[in-house]
Design a protein around this ligand. Structure first.
Ligand code: FHN
Length: 699
């Protein structure tokens, strides 16, 4: 019996305000009978984020039972904190490590003083990692530190030491738990470990009970750093409930984005997902241009392992770490640098040496990191810049990575008349000579770099930086079907934006920009900043093109359709998407979303999904797939997204103009081995980026 699918989608297409990064719009709101999570973001207000933004630099500590094997198992030495599952150590054998975990050389104050002296302002330590072993005195399980020969709770001592030395104490907590019988899925090699009776809701209650212990017994906690949220058991609903629960226990606590289920890969905040905690967590990477408008923190190992690995001597030099810290701060982020202590309770000497060197640099240059904001420059060939607002104006901290051979440090496109400049390392703050050539400042430096780690120069301005950056054209789309509102922006004081269309640069007599400009035909827009009748920036140009939408399959907005898509499931080993039409599917049926169910195996499988997508209004749409491994998306048989290939989590996108109504959609996906994922997103000039709602999929 065909069910009548009335899709009456509510679209709030009103602008909710124009931010630097463009207009933020409400998205598709399916009918009230479909469960859609609230889309408001519940990030802590600026006041609660203040200490974290001031801190900029913290210590990550991965410490647990995995330190006992120290990365070695059956003659192999490449393991870390994942050793239980990477080396396929059965549960009862791994549990035996408990009896030999006795870190008698652990000294909480030694660890905290080391962090403090390195210039770190907070410590995030693994209360429970994926192996399920609890490094704190929990009453919820005996798989914890109190039942080891150590017999006492190191978290209590660390909390006290952090309080004593003025660092924020924070917990890492893994949602994924390879030990608890109620956590599913099991590791795929644990064939003989039953899932009988496993109840995830009971595990969820276990989690809440432990979080209650962590937030009740150790004083004020700065951050709850969740992790291991990527498996099928977790979802946004659990994430939101845990976020609210934790914030109810300690209202000022910060929670990272891994509490939700929307994070993609090791990137920052969730893409288009409603809910992403208080900050993003790019891991082992520094986003090229930061993550504008979002708080984020890069977490990184000092060598190649989070947990202690006795053979891994590949530690990053202190100079490299210091320059990473400056790079991250220049993009507005925090740096969470990891140490992996031994089973005896010692932080490796190699880590200590680096932290001491970093600390000596921070004692002189810390003001160029703490409480700074991202660089006002789009790019500096010789290094990085951080900035700090002061009561007298702005201090620009110039981190000189590449020393100018001629001793002349050129600062491009800045119109301010600076007050002075000096090396932070110069106790006498001897003023450096500053010259101007046209729109650039030049600071005259000694021929050789005084600090091989990283020299920082403080440049004092009496006002906001006045850079000759051209205006920004804040439009993600440069094609349209009917009309398009073009938004121009310049964050500079006392400049006018003047614009024109065609192939000439705007002049002072060109129209003045006073708000969004609507175009209804293809056009090339040019824009430039002016002050007192004179141009004070170069011009920027962008072509906007009117295109015809692909017609929908009918003109009726109401139609009889079945919810969900048709799917075909295949098995095979591919390096790229095969032509599935040549294969006989193993299973077929209908499915409500781009899910990998039903399937017989976790590897070497493929899916084809087909059906229709309801397009709410005629416009240009950007679709993306975020997949591991390959995926391709066709709309009306046009290849819109080509994300094919054997790869980790990768996002690819493409645009297509569509008329309101139903359009054919087909997606092909394959997974070879390892982790797998498929997320499909949609956005348009009037819809914020979001996972393609299953409510608008039908067949
Ligand atoms: O699987 C964990 C890993 O062991 C480590 O804890 C890192 C640190 O951010 N997080 C996960 C990998 O993304």
């Amino acid at each position: 019996m065909k069910t009548r699918l009335m899709i009456s989608l509510l679209f709030s297409l009103t602008f909710t305000g124009i931010r630097q990064s463009g207009a933020q719009l409400n998205g598709i709101l399916p009918t009230s009978d479909s469960p859609v999570l609230k889309t408001e973001h519940t990030q802590q207000p600026d006041t609660q984020m203040a200490w974290w933004r001031e801190a900029r630099f913290g210590m990550f500590i991965h410490w647990g039972l995995y330190a006992v094997p120290a990365g070695e198992w059956n003659g192999k030495t490449g393991y870390g904190e994942w050793i239980r599952t990477s080396a396929e150590i059965p549960l009862d054998r791994y549990d035996l490590f408990k009896h030999s975990f006795n870190p008698v050389q652990f000294e909480a104050e030694t660890w905290v003083r080391l962090a403090r002296d390195a210039g770190m302002k907070y410590i995030v330590i693994t209360a429970k990692h994926h192996d399920g072993f609890c490094m704190f005195g929990t009453k919820q399980t005996d798989f914890n530190i109190l039942t080891t020969p150590f017999k006492h709770d190191p978290m209590l001592e660390l909390a006290a030491a952090c309080k004593k030395f003025g660092l924020k104490f924070c917990f890492y907590y893994s949602i994924m738990d390879w030990h608890h019988p109620d956590y599913l899925p099991r590791r795929d090699w644990e064939k003989n470990r039953t899932t009988e009776g496993a109840d995830f809701n009971r595990y969820f209650s276990y989690m809440k009970a432990q979080l209650n212990e962590l937030l009740s017994n150790y004083g004020d906690i700065g951050v709850l750093w969740f992790d291991g949220e990527w498996e099928s058991a977790w979802n946004e609903k659990y994430g939101r409930e845990i976020y609210d629960y934790v914030r109810a226990l300690q209202p000022l606590i910060l929670v990272n984005n891994r509490v939700g289920a929307g994070r993609i890969g090791n990137e920052g905040p969730p893409i288009g997902r409603a809910f992403g905690g208080d900050f993003g967590t790019p891991e082992q990477q520094i986003p090229d241009t930061g993550i504008p408008g979002v708080d984020w923190e890069t977490c990184m190992t000092m060598n190649n392992h989070w947990g202690y690995n006795k053979t891994d001597k590949n530690y990053k030099p202190a100079r490299e770490i210091i320059r990473m810290l400056a790079d991250i701060a220049s993009k507005g982020g925090n740096y969470l640098l990891n140490v992996g202590p031994t089973a005896h309770g010692l932080i490796p000497e190699e880590s200590i040496e680096r932290l001491e060197t970093i600390g000596s640099w921070m004692k002189i240059n810390g003001q160029a990191i703490y409480g700074t904001m991202a660089s006002p420059f789009r790019d500096l060939a010789w290094g990085r810049c951080t900035q700090k607002k002061t009561t007298n104006g702005t201090i620009l901290f110039l981190h000189v990575f590449n020393w100018p051979y001629d001793g002349k440090l050129e600062i491009p496109g800045i119109l301010n008349t600076p007050e002075k400049a000096h090396f932070l390392s110069d106790h006498d703050t001897t003023r450096l000579k500053i010259m101007r050539t046209h729109e650039n400042l030049v600071i005259v430096l000694p021929k050789t770099d005084p600090d091989s780690l990283l020299s920082v120069i403080a440049l004092y301005l009496r006002e906001k930086p006045d850079l000759t950056d051209p205006p920004e054209i804040i439009n993600e789309f440069d094609t349209f079907t009917d009309s398009l509102s073009i938004i121009l922006y310049s964050g500079r004081d006392s400049v006018e934006i003047r614009y024109n269309f065609g192939d000439s640069e705007p002049v002072f007599s060109s129209p003045l920009y006073t708000g969004p400009i609507t175009v209804t035909t293809s056009a090339t827009m040019n824009a430039r900043c002016f002050r007192n009748g004179n141009p004070v920036s170069s011009a920027i140009s962008k072509e906007f093109k009117k295109i015809s939408p692909v017609p929908s399959i009918n003109h009726h907005y109401d139609t009889t359709m079945e919810k969900g898509l048709l799917f075909r499931y295949y098995e095979g080993s591919w390096d790229s998407l095969p032509d599935f039409s040549q294969d006989k599917p193993i299973k077929t049926g209908t499915i409500r979303d781009f899910l990998f169910i039903p399937r017989n195996q976790d590897e070497n499988f493929g899916f084809v999904y087909e059906g229709y997508v309801w397009i709410p209004e005629t416009n240009v749409y950007s679709f993306s797939t975020i997949s591991d491994d390959g995926s391709c998306l066709w709309i009306e048989n046009q290849l819109v997204v080509n994300n094919d290939g054997l790869h980790g989590m990768v996002e690819k996108s493409g645009n297509i103009a569509l008329a309101k109504g139903y359009h054919k959609i087909r997606l092909a996906y394959f997974e070879r081995t390892g982790s797998d994922n498929l997320t499909v997103t949609i956005k348009s000039p009037t819809l914020s980026k979001q996972p393609l709602p299953q409510e608008i999929l039908c067949h």
